[in-house]
Design a protein around this ligand. Structure first.
Ligand SMILES: Nc1ncnc2c1ncn2[C@@H]1O[C@H](COP(=O)(O)OP(=O)(O)OP(=O)(O)O)[C@@H](O)[C@H]1O
Length: 669
């Protein structure tokens, strides 16, 4: 069903195909040509860069691979020519009753030599391609990896799809560039050969035109979605429900499904969604678009038989004029031509996709970070141990946020160097957002943040990061050893075991780390790549036991993970450069004693550093705070010490009172 949006001047065509709603940019035929031409022009620099980079990785080998492909392309014409010669000699021999044995032997030997040369060339190519393709893969993997690592949160958010492109297809894409070049040479050579045979055997050039009928027709009516600019979205409710339900079979939901006993419900809903979907097409839109009509398919097939009609006609009209060999050679040539032509069309598609892929990779390098680096060195004043911070009318909305409400709204406060500040407030009130702005993960949308009197944006980002230690619940363990996980708090000293052990002690991780079989060298979430083929691990064979061992990974609890991350923060203090410590719920998974211990150790590290804590748990911290900032719906509603805010009897008092009452009622009970 095609729902062309008929509005005048509409530039978008809407198509409903299977479960998809597709919006396609419309093109008038002249605009279409212009658009294609300009697209072609934009491709040229990408192709130039891509070819130059790939060739530079192995100039000699790639040139030889290209020549070997050229040889393979020309081999068809050569073999055709030699087969033609053999047939002619045989036909003449039959007519004259006296075959020319030497000529036949020569032609057969020449053919054998060509075939052997081709086999050799192909063998060599198969040996060489893995070497070259590996270099190309590594080159582009490294490019993507380093481009990816440099990106900040906002640019990643805006380019989520491309940020972790897989470089694997690059070599195949490059191969298609070589292939299309050799195919073009092959088609031209074949046409020249057919022309030569047709003219020399008196069939005339008209035969060449007949050969071209079918390929030209298919070329004219090619219609593929990915030649177009489009957006596709699955809209079928049955399909969407089915996919959502299918996700529930993933491991992360297993515990909930079992403990909630909802397996039957999920299965029942799945069956219902499957019935609702019925036979609706779910294949990729590209596979559904541009399907050909029956009349088109029949016409194409008939056009492919034009030359057969020609042979039939001349065999009736002029039977003595042509040799059987010329007809056989032409027929053979024609079928090779058609096959080569279709290969070429497929390759054009591959080339287009390949160039587009290379363009996306290069674009990744060009994606600008939204945070601009400053030029001021930090710290300006080596004397002060803390960081003075001032927020002036700061408002902030997350990039791409669908909410109409700002995450922060006109927030103003200042923290003197060396102060301990606690941020409190309901869920979603903006506490973590303030912390992210202080760590300069984002820039304020409105207003200014001053650090030691200068705009935070004027400082070199690397300097600010060195001066800040942050501990949040968003931090993860790296797939590296636990020792590195802690040591990387201060990369320059990461391999100093004494420092790492000391940091682990302060972070509360030393105890359980020493109990692990491999201690600090344990790697959690280790990257592995394993294959167990045709092995049933429930068998008790020695190999099955080996396979079982592969699966074993160490794990620790959520609180223990948080202790490692906390230890990393203590390691960061060892750099001596930290002037601001930010902790956002970094203790949420710790037991009360662990949390108390952690806060105590953090306060001991204070030594004049500014500290900003976000917490929902009052008590451990608020009584030590020089200032408490109380947030509500993105606004700063109260600020002061614990006593001042309690006296005020406002939002802070309300939050505090809930916890105090709960505690009292528990005590009473
Ligand atoms: N990455 C994000 N994209 C869009 N909106 C976000 C994002 N992170 C937070 N928000 C929104 O910004 C607002 C403030 O969130 P924030 O995380 O700062 O609150 P919070 O006070 O730290 O909450 P909690 O106590 O639950 O941690 C909320 O409305 C939240 O939904």
């Amino acid at each position: 069903m095609k729902l062309d949006s008929q509005q005048k001047g509409s530039l978008i065509e809407e198509v409903q195909l299977g479960v998809w709603r597709i919006l396609i940019q419309k093109e008038t035929s002249s605009a279409g040509v212009a658009a294609r031409w300009s697209k072609f022009k934009t491709m040229v620099p990408t192709v130039q860069r891509h070819v130059a980079e790939v060739v530079a990785l192995a100039p000699v080998l790639i040139s030889l691979i290209f020549l070997s492909k050229l040889w393979t392309g020309l081999e068809d014409v050569l073999l055709l020519h030699l087969s033609g010669r053999i047939l002619t000699i045989i036909e003449v021999g039959i007519k004259e009753g006296r075959p020319d044995v030497m000529a036949i032997v020569n032609a057969v030997v020449a053919r054998m030599l060509v075939v052997s040369a081709s086999a050799t060339v192909e063998w060599w190519r198969n040996q060489t391609i893995p070497i070259v393709s590996r270099r190309v893969l590594h080159h582009y993997e490294d490019f993507i990896f380093s481009a990816n690592l440099e990106k900040d949160l906002t640019s990643v958010h805006a380019n989520n799809e491309d940020i972790s492109l897989n470089a694997k297809p690059v070599w195949d894409n490059f191969t298609s560039l070589m292939d299309i070049t050799t195919t073009i040479i092959q088609v031209v050579t074949l046409l020249a050969y057919i022309f030569h045979v047709a003219v020399s055997s008196r069939h005339g050039p008209v035969f060449v035109l007949l050969c071209l009928g079918r390929p030209l027709m298919t070329l004219r009516f090619r219609q593929y979605l990915w030649e177009k600019v489009y957006v596709a979205e699955a809209v079928d409710p049955g399909y969407l429900r089915l996919r959502a339900l299918r996700q529930l079979s993933e491991d992360k939901y297993r515990q909930d499904i079992i403990s909630g006993n909802i397996g039957d419900y999920v299965l029942q809903e799945f069956t219902r969604a499957r019935e609702q979907l019925g036979d609706t097409e779910t294949r990729h839109p590209q596979q559904l678009y541009g399907r050909k009509s029956l009349s088109y398919e029949v016409t194409v097939m008939l056009l492919g038989n034009l030359t057969m009609l020609y042979y039939a006609a001349i065999s009736v009209l002029n039977p003595s004029q042509f040799t059987l060999t010329s007809i056989a050679t032409l027929q053979h040539s024609e079928s090779i031509l058609q096959k080569t032509f279709y290969d070429g069309m497929r390759q054009i598609d591959d080339v287009r996709l390949g160039i587009d892929f290379a363009r996306r990779i290069y674009a990744l390098g060009d994606i600008a970070n939204s945070l601009k680096d400053g030029s001021l060195e930090y710290p300006r004043d080596a004397e002060t141990a803390g960081m003075a911070i001032e927020l002036k009318n700061v408002s902030f909305s997350y990039p791409g946020s669908k909410s109409n409400v700002k995450a922060l709204n006109d927030v103003t406060f200042s923290i003197k160097a060396g102060q301990l500040v606690v941020l409190v407030g309901e869920n979603g009130s903006g506490k973590s957002t303030i912390v992210k702005l202080l760590a300069r993960l984002y820039d304020a949308t409105e207003g200014q943040i001053l650090v030691d009197g200068n705009n935070i944006q004027d400082y070199k980002m690397a300097d600010l990061r060195k001066a800040t230690a942050s501990l949040t619940q968003d931090h993860h363990l790296y797939p590296l050893s636990l020792s590195e996980n802690i040591g990387l708090g201060n990369p320059a000293r990461a391999s100093d075991h004494d420092l790492v052990r000391e940091a682990a002690k302060k972070g509360g991780a030393e105890g359980f780390l020493s109990k692990l079989k491999e201690g600090f060298s344990t790697i959690l979430e280790q990257y592995t790549e394993q294959y167990t083929v045709n092995i049933n691990t429930s068998d008790k064979t020695p190999l099955a036991k080996e396979a079982e061992k592969l699966k074993k990974t160490a794990d620790i609890s959520g609180g223990e993970r948080q202790r490692i991350v906390a230890s990393r923060t203590f390691m960061r203090f060892t750099s001596g450069a930290v002037k601001l410590m930010i902790a956002d719920e970094g203790s949420s998974a710790l037991d009360p004693e662990g949390e108390w211990e952690l806060f105590k150790n953090l306060r001991e590290e204070r030594a004049g550093k500014s500290m900003v804590f976000v917490t929902h748990r009052f008590g451990h911290l608020t009584k030590y705070a020089d200032m408490i900032l109380c947030m509500k719906d993105g606004n700063l509603v109260e600020s002061g010490t614990h006593e001042e805010l309690i006296k005020m009897g406002g939002e802070y008092f309300k939050l505090y009172d809930v916890q105090a009452k709960a505690f009292d009622s528990e005590k009473a009970a």
